[in-house]
Ligand binder design. Structure first.
Ligand code: SF4
Length: 402
């Protein structure tokens, strides 16, 4: 997997609109009757310009490469496949004016499989999108309806077939461990999904998040979720089926063939710098003052729009990240990866080795209890403990020296 450095930059573009709100969704997505796409393009451009002036090239010295190199761009949402083509194209053009975009830059866009959206795929490919991430979620109409999705299973299948013809690199998401889904149902569905030939799958267990429609329905006992034991069986079976089909599990919920890992998401998990543009987007990056910052943009699209128009960026929160916070973030993100956290990431950010960051005797006690494995240059969670990731992350953070 690629290792990120401070000369690299990944850019996330958030498009905060959807046709309707899915009942499980806690993303920053809004339903709006009309959207002034031209006005949004100007705001995205303005915010990109604002940050290009602030971001350091850190270790680069010669003028020619004084700008950072953009290694990945990701259009997420919301539903970015609803964006008019000129909006996606305009943003890509602005990015390449402001930064050097690496020749093999991964440029992903999330798409929903309705016919309206799939009719744009050719045009998206022609303007530079080279990876499509499809929100399929289920392959039967009953569950798609339960999940509040706008597409049918037939549309999902037609869209996957079309995507295969246009994109060499595409992924699709499925949500499993749904109420009333049996292990056998999921086995059949996953095997069918694998047969479509995608080289990347994101397979998430349904979770009930506070503030969603599902949260209140679940509290009113309108449906029952699988218990812990069944969830664990779902996860184990998912890993077995994907492994039997030559998929490599590289992050808790992400599987790839032929090393086609999502390079953009690896930046999050490996502590790389990313700039998030658009309503509700988050960033983690070094500015020209050599400090690393955490940023969050205003969530409400019109508030974001107005603030960008007034001051150049729709920032809601901007905080300098302390060394202690940074170490915790690197652990939180890094332990999601099957390979865990590499010591080089701590060296790069904090100029410290494991034994200068952690109380090693405490870390070794965790290893003896089977919760982590300490390698020559990495710390990872053993496969049979992956479902305890959140608990283990807290315990590893407790091993940090004060
Ligand atoms: S399409 Fe995606 S972002 Fe939009 S409401 Fe549904 S889950 Fe949320």
């Amino acid at each position: 997997m690629n290792k990120m450095t401070k000369e690299h930059l990944s850019i996330y573009i958030h498009y905060p609109f959807c046709k309707s709100k899915c009942p499980y969704c806690d993303f920053n997505s809004h339903v709006s009757k009309s959207i002034d796409a031209q006005r949004f393009l100007s705001a995205y451009e303005k915010e990109l310009e604002f940050f290009s002036a602030k971001i350091s090239a850190k270790t680069l010295t010669n003028d020619q490469s004084s700008k950072r190199e953009v290694t990945s761009i990701f259009f997420g949402g919301g539903t970015p496949s609803l964006m008019p083509i000129f909006l996606v194209e305009g943003i890509l053009k602005k990015i390449s004016e402001l930064w050097h975009v690496k020749k093999d830059c991964e440029i992903s866009l999330e798409a929903n499989p309705t016919s309206f959206e799939s009719s744009k795929f050719k045009a998206l490919r022609s303007i530079g999108i080279n990876r499509l991430s499809l929100g399929i979620q289920a392959l039967n109409d009953e569950d798609l309806k339960f999940l509040g999705r706008e597409h049918s299973a037939k549309e999902a299948i037609t869209t996957i077939e079309l995507t295969q013809k246009i994109f060499d690199n595409f992924s699709f998401d499925l949500i499993y461990a749904r109420p009333s889904q049996t292990l056998k149902d999921w086995r059949n569905e996953l095997e069918r999904a694998i047969d479509f030939g995608s080289k990347h799958l994101s397979l998430y267990q349904l979770t009930i998040e506070k503030g969603t429609k599902f949260f209140s329905q679940f509290q009113q006992k309108k449906f029952v979720m699988p218990d812990e034991e069944l969830s664990a069986q779902f996860y184990e079976m998912t890993n077995e089926i994907t492994a039997a089909n030559a998929f490599e599990l590289y992050e808790i919920s992400n599987y790839a063939k032929n090393n086609l890992f999502c390079r953009h998401n690896l930046v999050y998990w490996q502590g790389g710098d990313y700039l998030g543009i658009g309503a509700g987007a988050h960033s983690r990056l070094y500015f020209a003052d050599e400090n690393r910052y955490a940023l969050m943009m205003l969530h409400e699209p019109n508030s974001w729009l107005k603030k960008v128009e007034e001051v150049g960026a729709g920032i809601q929160k901007l905080e300098k990240i302390s060394s202690a916070e940074l170490a915790q973030e690197l652990i939180l993100m890094g332990l999601r990866l099957v390979d865990g956290i590499d010591e080089s990431i701590f060296l790069q950010h904090l100029q410290k080795k494991f034994n200068e960051i952690f109380a090693m005797e405490k870390l070794q006690a965790l290893e003896r209890s089977g919760l982590i494995e300490i390698g020559s240059s990495n710390i990872k969670i053993p496969s049979n403990k992956r479902l305890l990731t959140n608990t283990i992350v807290a315990k590893v953070c407790d091993c940090l020296m004060q």
